[in-house]
Design a protein around this ligand. Structure first.
Ligand SMILES: C[S@@+](CC[C@H](N)C(=O)[O-])C[C@H]1O[C@@H](n2cnc3c(N)ncnc32)[C@H](O)[C@@H]1O
Length: 165
């Protein structure tokens, strides 16, 4: 059951790729600003999937050093394929066991739309382990799904709309 829960996403990964939009810059920039994500330094994403967010973070601020990890080797393979087309960026990926946080210090650790796939006890363990790998002043940023989101992707959001967050 536990294993099934952790790997359940893989069963719908292809469909997710098909319907998942990219990150609209106005929305992601507003969220990044609100979270005070550093514009440089070492950034880790746990559960990075095919690297949509890591790619955006590295492209938007080449001063960032970005590492994405995921339990799914196929997703990491996809992410690495994209990273190879962006050789000037400090952008890397790796497969990680569930619950393992690569050694810091990290200026920010992101967990985006992934925590819900873990049982509550493992969520706590992961966040505790992440916090232990932060640089002084670093932050752990968690984004999860909500039944009442503060934005809607349809119609396309504008920067003005995001400003009311
Ligand atoms: C819904 S996707 C989100 C991917 C990415 N964060 C994004 O926003 O596009 C969830 C991802 O979490 C990964 N995942 C699930 N359990 C994990 C775990 N215990 N450790 C690391 N990654 C995990 C899955 O393989 C999948 O790539």
């Amino acid at each position: 059951m536990l294993r099934r829960r952790q790997y359940v996403f893989n069963e719908v990964a292809a469909l997710y790729d098909e319907v998942r939009p990219g990150y609209p810059p106005a929305i992601i920039d507003a969220a990044i600003a609100q979270a005070r994500l550093p514009s440089g330094g070492r950034i880790l994403e746990i559960g990075c999937g095919r690297g949509l967010l890591c790619t955006y973070l590295a492209l938007s601020r080449p001063t960032r050093s970005v590492l994405g990890v995921d339990i799914d080797p196929a997703r990491i393979g996809q992410a690495q394929q994209v990273a190879r087309t962006l050789p000037n960026l400090d952008l890397d990926y790796g497969v990680a066991e569930s619950g393992r946080v690569p050694a810091g210090p990290w200026d920010a650790i992101l967990v985006v739309d992934m925590l819900y796939l873990l049982p509550v006890a493992q969520q706590r363990e992961l966040l505790t382990a992440a916090a232990a790998e932060l640089a002084p002043g670093g932050l752990v940023l968690v984004k999860e799904m909500s039944a009442a989101p503060w934005y809607s992707a349809s119609p396309a959001p504008t920067a003005a709309a995001c400003g009311s967050v």
